[in-house]
Write a new protein. Sequence first.
Length: 405
Amino acid sequence: MADKSVDTIFFADKLKKFRAARPFDATLLAAVLAITGIGLYHFNLAIQTYPSSISETAATRQIVSVALGVVIALALSSVDNRYFRVPSYFAYIASVILLIVVYMVGSGDESGVRRWLTLPIIGMFQPSEIAKVSFAIISAVFLERISLRQAKKIDFAKLAFYAALPVAFVLVGRDLGTALVFLFIFASMVFVSGLKYRYVLAAVAAALAALPFAWFFVLSPFQKMRILVMLNPGLDPTNAGYQILQSLNAIGAGQLFGAGIASPAQSRFSRVPARANDFLFSVIAENLGFFGAAAMILLYVFVLLRGYHIAATARDRFGSYMSAGLTSMLAIHVIENIGMCIGIMPISGIPLPFASQGGTAMIANYAAIGILLSVSMARARPRRDGSQGDAESRSYHPAVIKSIP
């Protein structure tokens, strides 16, 4: 009888530890893969109107990018998130250098925005996508120092410098949409770090006060027109407003249950510009209808809620801030892309995460998911000193926290 009692206690203890552990977050990865699967299917529909040589190359690149992204996500998920601090500094420096190169010799689009480098074998490469990930990580390093009261006055200046540098180079490349993504990431991380509300309100007031200056002295005529046609697509229906009008027509054609692949869908017959990248959501909405598009949005909502939950339950502040920044990066991409497809946001060239054409963005987004998975799994990893939460940051890795110049 005593042996049975001992066995019962032993198995009860094992069950308790099993329930307390947080294994690999398969649901998060499954939701992302579901989005990618839907995206790949509709990407294939979108490129059917391309010349065969172009469509085959685009399809191959997209599949390779997805495969590489999944491998990177799984690899990063196996790394303890504490060890992202120092490598992030070198990744940040490399990405800033590449942003400078883009400004000097990069290519762009008809609006004059410079985004891409053409590299041997790789082809088109967009450094700003990689910069977003390293930006979130290195910002988390300094916000951790500040929140743990290990920061000196110079650390505040460093945080401002590191945050401003990529934004500045993206702005000089006239890529306002990407610059706003950086600012949104930073603002969300600062908010999560517990900045006093009066500073938040002051920042909002300053931004609102700067809007007239930005309109008259920063925005180009092309960018101004994109904002105006967002408010009234009929203002320039054959040029700046054409994409929005055709996107809305395609979405409307889907009605409740979708036009289906057998119908003469406008988006499959070249009437929606950028249908394989920026406006892929229009193809999805036309083919699947309102309910299908809503299901796609719900998948994104699930991914974002999981990301913010990981941020809220991370074992240390570094993981929390990093997760919040990366999740916010994905959130602003989803909001901006779907918003411009339905005409409530200006067109900015922001791709739909895990779905739109774009190898660099696909890999960067999957890298963000891999880091989120790492932070999630870290909550179950044993600690050498048995400490919990921020105590580990203070006592276990003080040198690492201060290792970024």
